[in-house]
Each structure stands twice: as C-alpha cells, then as structure tokens.
Design a protein around this ligand. Structure first.
Ligand SMILES: [Zn+2]
Length: 345
C-alpha cells in the first residue's frame, strides 16, 4: 500500500481504557485493538492518506509490526488507487456499490474497484423467472454482473402480477423474453440473454450450467427428493437457492467443497427448517425478499463479501419479526455429494 488511509466509515475512536475501537458499530466489521503503548493510535493518526508508508515508518520506526497488522486488518485503504479498468459511465453507475464494498470488505486491496470488476467478469445463470427470479435478476443486473442468462419456460399470467416484476402489458409474453427486455432497460452495459428452457431432468440442468460461474436457482419445480434443488446439488457449481414457505423466506448458499444441500436438509429437518417450498401463498414482499436474498448470496459467492464459507441457509419469518434462522450443517460421512467433493479436493 503506497499511501495508507483509514477508511472514513471505519474511523477509530479511543475507549476510556485506552484501547481503540475501529470499524464503527456494525457486528462483523468492528474490532477493538489493545494499545497499551499508544503506538497504534499514533499510527492511525498518520494514516490519513497524505503520507507514504515509508514516511509513516520513518516517523514511528518502532511501530512496524503494528502498522503491518493495521494494514492487514481491512480498515485501511490505498488513498491513491490506480484508475479502475471501467468506463467513466460505469464508474458513475457503480460508485455506490464500491462505497458499499470498501465499507463491508475487510480484505486489503490495491483498488476499491476490484470487486466491481469481479462482478463485471462474472457469468450468472438465473433459472426461474417468477417472484424470486425476477427480483434476483433485476438486482444482479443493477449491481453490474457482466453476463446474465435468464431461463424460464412459461408465459406471464395475470395471477403472476401480484409478485413478479412484470407489467400488465407483459401478460401472454414469454417470461424470458420480457425479463431480458426489462433487464436491458435497467443496464445496457451488461450482456443479458434469455431462453424459454424447461429443466426437466438432471442432465438438462448439468448442461444448462456449463460456462457459468454461479447459478441463481429461483425455480421450485420439480419439487421433492428428486427435484431441481437436488439436481443443482450435483451440478458442481456454486449456487444459491431462494424461496418462501408462506411467511418463511430463506436462501441456501452452496459450493463444491462445502457442506451440500442434502446435508443441509438433514440438519434442517432436525432443526425444523423447511427448505423445500411448496405452498402458493405469497406476497410481492415475501417473493421479493427471497429474490433479493438470492441475489445477495450470488454477489457474495462472486466477490467473497461477506467472506462467509458456503454451505449454509438463513431465513427470516415475516410472521414473527426477529425470528431469524441460520443453519450451517456439517458434511455427513455418508454423503455421496460431499464425498465426491472430498475426492476432487
Ligand atoms: Zn453433503
């Protein structure tokens, strides 16, 4: 890092006992630093973006170890990063994304645009363009995922309009066609394609995911023990699957090498989590939240922010605010999917 600068959102403050609180008050981002000598506080005061790293170490030669720990903490950024490999229009469009990532990301980086570039280079398949998929696809397009392919075999029906991002003029149109048109209107800088594809067999799914980095599984058919989620579990691709069961809204996040969907179901049954979605009652809000949580999971798989190991599900209960669910299973010894991962690793 050439000119270290404390991120403004992470500005440190001194606690009454002399320790330092850095990273604000957000759980997962904040940290407390013991500072019995006061050196860390002095070093942080010098990290205002006006001095080179060498200048700081010249002024505080005894602080080299502390300075390195601070640089590694993720609370410090490069004050003069190289210009990003993005057009001027893209920089304007995604400026708030980058502000978000530099706040929420605790990995030291040469440029705050690195994660936006990862999104631009990512190829995401959105399967299912209903209440979950339309919200997920729109969020991914707006966020700047560079290549989006959207697939659904159905046409828009009047009963879809309470929750799916279609308008009355879309009734009778193919969902894929209408979604592609809508997403291109949201973001013309990205590649958006669509297909009227019905995924009827595991092989259909395995073929569909070829060439993509992440799958956003927003389709809930076929259901059951030989359903589409189980096929996704065997497809060898990072994926997020969102849905709802009445007011229970949830998303599962998976990737090869981590506890799989089958292992989650085994743990979820024990914990009373309903991971298969099979009831029609839904609001625009419950579907939209499921879609946005799916998009957020896809973004986290692409960027690593938050740096949460895949192999978990979380949910919120709209009938009981505050009743959140988080399940992280362990791989079962007898699990063939996790066993296959173990062989590959
Ligand atoms: Zn497993």
């Amino acid at each position: 890092m050439r000119r270290p600068c404390v991120k403004p959102e992470h500005r440190p403050r001194r606690l009454p006992n002399g320790d330092i609180r850095i990273g604000g008050e957000i759980h997962g981002l904040a940290a407390e630093i013991e500072d019995p000598t006061g050196l860390a506080w002095q070093a942080l005061q010098l990290m205002d973006g006006t001095r080179s790293l060498a200048d700081i170490l010249d002024q505080l030669p005894e602080s080299a170890e502390i300075v390195q720990a601070l640089l590694d903490s993720g609370h410090i950024e490069e004050a003069a990063p190289d210009p990003p490999d993005l057009t001027a229009a893209e920089q304007v469009r995604y400026a708030r994304n980058v502000d978000y990532f530099r706040w929420a990301d605790l990995t030291p980086r040469d440029t705050p645009w690195e994660l936006q570039l990862r999104l631009k280079r990512a190829r995401v398949l959105v399967l299912g363009l209903g209440g979950v998929g339309t919200h997920a696809a729109r969020a991914l397009a707006a966020t700047g995922v560079g290549t989006l392919h959207c697939a659904d075999p159905d046409v828009v029906e009047p009963s879809n309009l309470n929750r799916q991002l279609y308008g009355e003029r879309d009734v009778g149109r193919g969902k894929a066609e209408a979604t592609v048109e809508a997403l291109r209107a949201v973001n013309s800088d990205i590649q958006v394609t669509g297909a009227t594809t019905r995924i009827a067999t595991p092989e259909d799914l395995f073929e569909a995911v070829e060439g993509f980095d992440v799958l956003a599984l927003c389709a809930d058919e076929p259901k059951g023990p030989d359903g589409i989620r189980h096929w996704a579990n065997r497809a060898g691709i990072p994926w997020a699957g969102g849905g709802y069961t009445g007011p229970m809204v949830s998303v599962g996040v998976f990737a090869p090498g981590h506890p799989c969907y089958d292992c989650l179901l085994a743990e979820g049954e024990r914990r009373g989590v309903h991971a298969d979605h099979s009831w029609p009652g839904v609001l625009s809000t419950s579907a939209g939240l499921a879609g946005l949580m799916t998009a957020q999971a896809v973004i986290s798989l692409i960027t690593g922010v938050p740096d949460t190991e895949p192999g978990y599900a979380y949910g919120i209960n709209l009938a009981c605010p505050g009743d959140a669910t988080f399940v992280r299973p362990t791989s079962r010894d007898e699990c063939e999917i996790c066993g296959l991962d173990r062989q590959l690793l």
